[in-house]
Design a protein around this ligand. Structure first.
Ligand SMILES: *Cc1c(COP(=O)(O)O)cnc(C)c1O
Length: 432
């Protein structure tokens, strides 16, 4: 398999090159130059996620030096709990709980997979690398956890001081060892700008083996296909043969997780309509309602990991449906405002004692809307974070504490340190 750029179908790079580079040289995103087809009946519904992933992802790494390591990579990275829980109060509805990894958000799957791939590639070159990430919260923690204690790697996190939740800040500073947190005296955009300057500085790149693990890396997109493949295969196995296809609802910001679901469908997994649930950022809603695509600034909302006004993976969606209008492809988008998020968190708790994070609440609201409009087929909701990560939103609504999952509790009990950093490239150079 070779990869090209969303902006240049004639570009050809190997999987190794696409993984190492992150972004294509023309500024586009890497995409596989063909989408492998899959017969989902070839997969046993009983297999584990690592087994499913090594089958489903094999064609994407065919012919590369990673092919022989893929099974071990999947075993090491993707062996996380993946409950699919029934929600009978919503009819034939299920929740795919993607938040049981070390940092309690779905980004753990992808960050761990990318780390395992880069570690396997480094095995041959033995050159120490520094992974530099700018984060507004969840990504930095997932990347830090994935590379923590991995020989040959150092992680440097840039986050905006005072603009992440207290728990998120503690989490970022609590890893220690090969992970260093820098609290930047500026905004998330300042952090991103500093990281970009460093990654474009040949001297720094050479000296520290600088690389990144940002969310547009193809190494983060691909592993996310595997949990939709497995969940749809398992639920199709349970359903009667003449049951309707499974529709999936995905909380969406940069469109990475939802695009993985769409890719799983296009590869042949038994998935019907895909519903994108966004917060008050309406770019995708307006586009799927018929307007021209118009990226804009992100608005701050309660579902802050989805505060995106110009989703970077839209470019991959346009590539996937280059021969048709993506709006005729069985994809829908709904926007959910903060007030409705609060009401939904309250309603789910009152109805079934289920606590949900603000991102998952957007998807649950879409689920409720579909039922009200007469949808009575099977539905799957992707739950993207553990509610305990957003206690500042949830506890005032529910009037009670959100119990911490064990991994998060352990991390929060450790001391945390972060070094202050001015918004100044020279200061970052010194810190590196
Ligand atoms: C990152 C994130 C999202 C958005 O995922 P995308 O792949 O950017 O669409 C949703 N929910 C949570 C909890 C996240 O951390």
């Amino acid at each position: 398999m070779l990869y090209s750029s969303t902006r240049n179908p004639d570009l050809r790079v190997t999987p190794e090159q696409a993984l190492q580079a992150g972004l294509a040289p023309d500024g586009g995103l890497f995409v596989p130059n063909r989408l492998p087809a899959f017969d989902f009946r070839a997969i046993s519904p009983e297999v584990s996620l690592p087994e499913c992933a090594s089958q489903v992802l094999a064609p994407f790494f065919a012919g590369s030096s990673l092919a022989e390591h893929l099974e071990a990579i999947c075993r090491r990275a993707l062996d996380l709990p993946l409950p699919i829980t029934a929600m009978p109060e919503h009819g034939a509805a299920f929740m795919l709980e993607l938040f049981h990894g070390p940092t309690a958000a779905f980004k753990d799957f992808a960050a761990r997979f990318l780390a395992a791939c880069l570690a396997a590639l480094q095995g041959r070159e033995r050159r120490p690398q520094t992974v530099l990430v700018a984060t507004s919260g969840d990504t930095g923690a997932a990347v830090a956890a994935a590379f923590h204690d991995l020989p040959g790697f150092r992680v440097v996190i840039l986050y905006p001081d005072g603009r992440v939740s207290a728990r998120q800040a503690h989490q970022l500073g609590a890893f220690g060892g090969n992970v260093e947190a820098l609290r930047v005296q500026g905004s998330f955009d300042d952090c991103q700008r500093l990281a970009k300057l460093a990654l474009n500085d040949p001297g720094l790149v050479e000296r520290h083996g600088l690389t990144t693990a940002n969310s547009i890396s193809i190494g983060r997109l691909l592993p996310q296909i595997s949990y939709y493949a497995l969940a749809s295969t398992r639920l199709a196995d349970r359903a009667d043969t003449d049951a309707a296809l499974l529709d999936v609802i995905v909380p969406t910001g940069n469109l990475g997780n939802a695009l993985a679901c769409i890719l799983a469908r296009e590869m042949g997994f038994p998935i019907g309509q895909v519903h994108l649930a966004t917060n008050a950022n309406r770019t995708l809603h307006d586009y799927f309602a018929g307007a021209r695509y118009q990226g804009r600034d992100g608005l701050r909302t309660l579902a802050n990991a989805m505060d995106v006004g110009d989703p970077s993976n839209f470019e991959r969606l346009a590539w996937l449906y280059r021969d048709q209008d993506p709006r005729d492809a069985g994809i829908h988008a709904e926007s959910v405002d903060d007030e409705t998020i609060r009401a939904r968190i309250r309603k789910e708790f009152d109805q079934s004692r289920r606590m949900i994070c603000p991102h998952t609440a957007c998807a649950m609201e879409v689920l409720d809307g579909l039922r009200k409009n007469g949808h009575d087929g099977p539905l799957l909701v992707a739950a993207t974070a553990h509610p305990a990560k957003f206690e500042g939103v949830i506890e005032p609504i529910l009037g009670q504490p959100v119990p911490l999952p064990p991994g998060l509790e352990e991390l929060l009990a450790r001391p945390a340190t972060a070094t202050p950093l001015a918004v100044d490239f020279e200061a970052l150079r010194q810190a590196l």
